[in-house]
Design a protein around this ligand. Structure first.
Ligand code: ADP
Ligand code: ASP
Ligand code: MG
Length: 246
Protein backbone atom coordinates (compact mmCIF):
# COMPACT_ATOMS: atom_id res chain seq x y z
CA UNK A 1 0.00 0.00 0.00
CA UNK A 2 1.05 3.59 -0.58
CA UNK A 3 -0.02 5.74 2.35
CA UNK A 4 0.10 9.55 2.60
CA UNK A 5 0.20 10.73 6.21
CA UNK A 6 -0.05 14.43 7.03
CA UNK A 7 0.92 15.84 10.44
CA UNK A 8 0.00 19.36 11.52
CA UNK A 9 2.03 21.87 13.51
CA UNK A 10 1.12 20.71 17.02
CA UNK A 11 1.98 17.13 16.06
CA UNK A 12 5.60 18.13 15.29
CA UNK A 13 6.05 21.04 17.69
CA UNK A 14 9.02 19.60 19.62
CA UNK A 15 11.56 16.78 19.45
CA UNK A 16 9.46 14.42 21.54
CA UNK A 17 6.50 14.82 19.17
CA UNK A 18 8.75 14.49 16.11
CA UNK A 19 10.03 11.13 17.37
CA UNK A 20 6.50 10.06 18.27
CA UNK A 21 5.36 10.79 14.69
CA UNK A 22 8.45 9.11 13.24
CA UNK A 23 7.78 5.94 15.24
CA UNK A 24 4.16 5.81 14.07
CA UNK A 25 5.31 6.09 10.47
CA UNK A 26 7.97 3.41 10.95
CA UNK A 27 5.24 1.00 12.10
CA UNK A 28 3.55 1.41 8.70
CA UNK A 29 6.85 1.22 6.85
CA UNK A 30 7.79 -2.00 8.64
CA UNK A 31 4.55 -3.58 7.42
CA UNK A 32 5.95 -3.19 3.89
CA UNK A 33 4.05 -0.04 2.94
CA UNK A 34 5.34 2.91 0.95
CA UNK A 35 5.03 5.91 3.26
CA UNK A 36 4.85 9.56 2.18
CA UNK A 37 4.75 12.02 5.07
CA UNK A 38 3.53 15.60 4.61
CA UNK A 39 4.42 18.06 7.36
CA UNK A 40 3.42 21.52 8.49
CA UNK A 41 5.81 23.92 10.17
CA UNK A 42 6.52 23.17 13.85
CA UNK A 43 3.98 24.55 16.33
CA UNK A 44 3.18 28.19 15.62
CA UNK A 45 6.33 28.78 13.59
CA UNK A 46 4.47 30.14 10.54
CA UNK A 47 2.86 32.79 12.80
CA UNK A 48 6.30 33.67 14.14
CA UNK A 49 7.69 34.06 10.63
CA UNK A 50 4.81 36.35 9.67
CA UNK A 51 5.41 38.42 12.84
CA UNK A 52 9.09 38.70 11.94
CA UNK A 53 8.16 39.95 8.48
CA UNK A 54 5.78 42.52 9.90
CA UNK A 55 8.39 43.75 12.37
CA UNK A 56 10.52 44.71 9.38
CA UNK A 57 7.72 46.00 7.16
CA UNK A 58 4.06 46.15 8.21
CA UNK A 59 3.06 45.55 4.60
CA UNK A 60 5.47 42.91 3.32
CA UNK A 61 5.53 41.87 -0.32
CA UNK A 62 3.51 38.66 -0.84
CA UNK A 63 6.38 37.14 -2.79
CA UNK A 64 8.87 37.75 0.00
CA UNK A 65 6.40 36.53 2.62
CA UNK A 66 6.12 33.21 0.75
CA UNK A 67 9.90 33.04 0.45
CA UNK A 68 10.07 33.44 4.23
CA UNK A 69 7.19 31.12 5.13
CA UNK A 70 8.64 28.33 2.99
CA UNK A 71 11.36 28.01 5.65
CA UNK A 72 8.90 26.65 8.22
CA UNK A 73 7.98 23.45 6.42
CA UNK A 74 11.52 22.96 5.18
CA UNK A 75 12.73 22.96 8.78
CA UNK A 76 10.23 20.35 9.93
CA UNK A 77 10.84 17.93 7.05
CA UNK A 78 14.63 18.03 7.48
CA UNK A 79 14.39 17.45 11.24
CA UNK A 80 11.92 14.60 10.66
CA UNK A 81 14.32 12.95 8.20
CA UNK A 82 17.05 13.18 10.85
CA UNK A 83 14.71 11.53 13.37
CA UNK A 84 14.07 8.63 10.97
CA UNK A 85 17.81 8.24 10.44
CA UNK A 86 18.33 8.18 14.21
CA UNK A 87 15.81 5.31 14.32
CA UNK A 88 17.80 3.53 11.62
CA UNK A 89 15.19 3.99 8.89
CA UNK A 90 16.06 5.37 5.44
CA UNK A 91 14.22 8.62 4.73
CA UNK A 92 14.60 11.69 2.58
CA UNK A 93 13.06 15.15 2.86
CA UNK A 94 11.90 17.03 -0.24
CA UNK A 95 10.62 20.59 -0.60
CA UNK A 96 8.14 21.82 -3.21
CA UNK A 97 10.96 22.70 -5.57
CA UNK A 98 12.54 19.28 -5.40
CA UNK A 99 9.27 17.40 -5.89
CA UNK A 100 8.06 19.68 -8.00
CA UNK A 101 4.72 21.04 -6.87
CA UNK A 102 3.54 23.49 -9.51
CA UNK A 103 1.14 26.30 -8.58
CA UNK A 104 -0.16 29.49 -10.07
CA UNK A 105 1.45 32.76 -8.92
CA UNK A 106 -1.25 33.82 -6.45
CA UNK A 107 1.19 34.36 -3.59
CA UNK A 108 -0.29 33.55 -0.19
CA UNK A 109 -3.23 31.72 -1.70
CA UNK A 110 -1.85 29.73 -4.61
CA UNK A 111 -3.58 26.83 -6.39
CA UNK A 112 -1.73 23.62 -7.00
CA UNK A 113 -1.87 22.96 -10.73
CA UNK A 114 0.31 19.86 -11.11
CA UNK A 115 2.54 17.65 -9.00
CA UNK A 116 5.41 15.73 -10.53
CA UNK A 117 5.76 12.24 -9.06
CA UNK A 118 9.03 10.94 -10.56
CA UNK A 119 11.32 11.97 -7.70
CA UNK A 120 8.98 10.68 -5.00
CA UNK A 121 8.53 7.38 -6.85
CA UNK A 122 12.28 7.03 -7.25
CA UNK A 123 12.86 7.59 -3.53
CA UNK A 124 10.08 5.14 -2.59
CA UNK A 125 11.58 2.55 -4.93
CA UNK A 126 14.83 2.94 -2.98
CA UNK A 127 12.86 2.12 0.17
CA UNK A 128 13.00 5.63 1.60
CA UNK A 129 10.23 7.15 3.66
CA UNK A 130 9.60 10.37 1.73
CA UNK A 131 8.89 13.49 3.76
CA UNK A 132 7.40 16.37 1.79
CA UNK A 133 6.87 20.00 2.78
CA UNK A 134 3.20 20.93 3.06
CA UNK A 135 1.80 24.39 2.29
CA UNK A 136 4.36 25.44 -0.34
CA UNK A 137 4.54 25.32 -4.10
CA UNK A 138 6.59 26.73 -6.95
CA UNK A 139 5.25 28.95 -9.71
CA UNK A 140 6.31 29.21 -13.35
CA UNK A 141 9.08 31.68 -12.41
CA UNK A 142 10.46 29.12 -9.93
CA UNK A 143 9.36 31.39 -7.09
CA UNK A 144 7.98 29.89 -3.90
CA UNK A 145 4.27 30.24 -3.31
CA UNK A 146 2.09 29.17 -0.37
CA UNK A 147 -1.37 27.65 -0.49
CA UNK A 148 -3.10 29.71 2.21
CA UNK A 149 -3.10 29.13 5.96
CA UNK A 150 -3.77 25.51 6.80
CA UNK A 151 -2.78 24.54 3.26
CA UNK A 152 -0.70 21.49 4.18
CA UNK A 153 -3.92 19.46 4.23
CA UNK A 154 -4.33 20.34 0.56
CA UNK A 155 -0.76 19.30 -0.22
CA UNK A 156 -1.47 15.89 1.33
CA UNK A 157 -4.65 15.29 -0.68
CA UNK A 158 -3.07 16.55 -3.91
CA UNK A 159 -0.14 14.19 -3.39
CA UNK A 160 -2.47 11.30 -2.62
CA UNK A 161 -4.29 12.03 -5.91
CA UNK A 162 -1.11 12.38 -7.94
CA UNK A 163 0.41 9.20 -6.50
CA UNK A 164 -2.89 7.31 -6.58
CA UNK A 165 -2.32 6.49 -2.93
CA UNK A 166 -4.29 3.77 -1.18
CA UNK A 167 -4.92 5.95 1.88
CA UNK A 168 -4.67 9.58 2.95
CA UNK A 169 -4.56 10.20 6.68
CA UNK A 170 -4.66 13.65 8.27
CA UNK A 171 -3.21 13.56 11.78
CA UNK A 172 -4.03 16.49 14.03
CA UNK A 173 -4.44 17.54 17.66
CA UNK A 174 -8.08 16.44 18.12
CA UNK A 175 -9.58 12.95 17.76
CA UNK A 176 -11.42 13.67 14.50
CA UNK A 177 -14.08 15.91 13.04
CA UNK A 178 -16.63 17.04 15.62
CA UNK A 179 -20.06 18.61 15.22
CA UNK A 180 -18.41 21.86 16.38
CA UNK A 181 -14.95 22.96 17.53
CA UNK A 182 -14.38 20.68 20.56
CA UNK A 183 -12.12 23.30 22.14
CA UNK A 184 -14.94 25.82 22.20
CA UNK A 185 -18.06 23.68 22.55
CA UNK A 186 -17.95 21.00 25.27
CA UNK A 187 -21.12 19.40 23.87
CA UNK A 188 -19.48 18.81 20.46
CA UNK A 189 -19.67 15.18 19.34
CA UNK A 190 -17.09 13.30 17.30
CA UNK A 191 -18.38 12.01 13.96
CA UNK A 192 -17.43 8.54 12.69
CA UNK A 193 -18.09 9.61 9.12
CA UNK A 194 -18.96 12.80 7.22
CA UNK A 195 -19.63 13.41 3.51
CA UNK A 196 -17.43 15.68 1.42
CA UNK A 197 -20.25 18.21 1.07
CA UNK A 198 -20.97 18.42 4.80
CA UNK A 199 -17.25 18.65 5.55
CA UNK A 200 -16.86 21.37 2.96
CA UNK A 201 -19.66 23.37 4.56
CA UNK A 202 -17.95 23.08 7.94
CA UNK A 203 -14.57 24.06 6.49
CA UNK A 204 -16.04 27.06 4.68
CA UNK A 205 -17.72 28.07 7.95
CA UNK A 206 -14.29 28.21 9.55
CA UNK A 207 -13.79 24.73 11.03
CA UNK A 208 -10.03 24.81 10.85
CA UNK A 209 -9.65 21.06 11.15
CA UNK A 210 -9.44 20.69 7.34
CA UNK A 211 -8.48 23.29 4.73
CA UNK A 212 -11.50 23.81 2.47
CA UNK A 213 -9.52 23.30 -0.74
CA UNK A 214 -8.35 19.94 0.55
CA UNK A 215 -11.96 18.84 0.94
CA UNK A 216 -12.82 20.09 -2.56
CA UNK A 217 -9.90 18.17 -3.98
CA UNK A 218 -10.72 15.00 -2.04
CA UNK A 219 -14.27 15.20 -3.41
CA UNK A 220 -13.10 15.82 -6.96
CA UNK A 221 -10.73 12.84 -6.98
CA UNK A 222 -12.92 10.72 -4.68
CA UNK A 223 -10.18 10.24 -2.11
CA UNK A 224 -11.42 9.06 1.29
CA UNK A 225 -9.70 10.96 4.12
CA UNK A 226 -9.19 9.80 7.66
CA UNK A 227 -8.87 12.61 10.22
CA UNK A 228 -7.43 11.39 13.51
CA UNK A 229 -5.21 12.32 16.41
CA UNK A 230 -1.44 11.99 16.24
CA UNK A 231 -1.39 11.62 20.03
CA UNK A 232 -3.56 8.51 20.48
CA UNK A 233 -4.87 5.47 18.62
CA UNK A 234 -8.55 6.54 18.40
CA UNK A 235 -10.25 5.65 15.11
CA UNK A 236 -10.91 9.21 13.94
CA UNK A 237 -13.39 10.38 11.30
CA UNK A 238 -13.71 9.19 7.72
CA UNK A 239 -14.51 11.91 5.18
CA UNK A 240 -16.05 10.29 2.10
CA UNK A 241 -19.17 9.90 0.05
CA UNK A 242 -21.56 12.30 -1.53
CA UNK A 243 -24.79 13.79 -0.32
CA UNK A 244 -25.50 15.73 2.79
CA UNK A 245 -26.95 14.89 6.19
CA UNK A 246 -27.67 18.40 7.48
P1 ADP B 1 -3.19 21.05 12.37
O1 ADP B 1 -2.09 21.89 12.90
O2 ADP B 1 -3.07 19.61 12.75
O3 ADP B 1 -3.45 21.26 10.91
P2 ADP B 1 -5.41 22.78 12.98
O4 ADP B 1 -5.18 23.70 14.15
O5 ADP B 1 -5.31 23.35 11.63
O6 ADP B 1 -4.47 21.51 13.16
O7 ADP B 1 -6.86 22.11 13.09
C1 ADP B 1 -7.22 21.40 14.26
C2 ADP B 1 -8.07 22.30 15.13
O8 ADP B 1 -9.31 22.55 14.46
C3 ADP B 1 -8.48 21.65 16.44
O9 ADP B 1 -7.52 21.86 17.43
C4 ADP B 1 -9.82 22.32 16.73
O10 ADP B 1 -9.72 23.30 17.74
C5 ADP B 1 -10.21 23.01 15.43
N1 ADP B 1 -11.57 22.69 14.98
C6 ADP B 1 -12.47 23.64 14.57
N2 ADP B 1 -13.62 23.07 14.24
C7 ADP B 1 -13.49 21.73 14.42
C8 ADP B 1 -14.35 20.61 14.24
N3 ADP B 1 -15.61 20.74 13.79
N4 ADP B 1 -13.88 19.37 14.54
C9 ADP B 1 -12.61 19.22 14.99
N5 ADP B 1 -11.75 20.25 15.19
C10 ADP B 1 -12.17 21.49 14.91
N1 ASP C 1 2.26 26.07 8.34
C1 ASP C 1 1.11 26.55 7.59
C2 ASP C 1 0.18 27.34 8.48
O1 ASP C 1 0.47 27.53 9.65
C3 ASP C 1 0.38 25.47 6.87
C4 ASP C 1 -0.34 24.45 7.72
O2 ASP C 1 -0.15 24.40 8.94
O3 ASP C 1 -1.11 23.68 7.15
O4 ASP C 1 -0.82 27.83 8.01
MG1 MG D 1 -4.43 22.71 9.86
Amino acid sequence: MLIVKKFGGTSVENNERIFHVAKRCVEEYNKGNDVVVVLSAMGKYTDELIDMAKDINENPSERELDMLCAIGEQMSVALMAMAFHKLGVPAVSLNAFQVKMHTNSDHGNAWLTRIETDRIRKELAQKNIVIVTGFQGVDENNDYTTLGRGGSDTTAVALAAALQADACEIYTDVDGVYTADPRKDPTARKLDEISYDDMLKMALNGAQVLHSRCVEMAKKYNIPLVVRSSMNEEEGTVVKGHGTMV
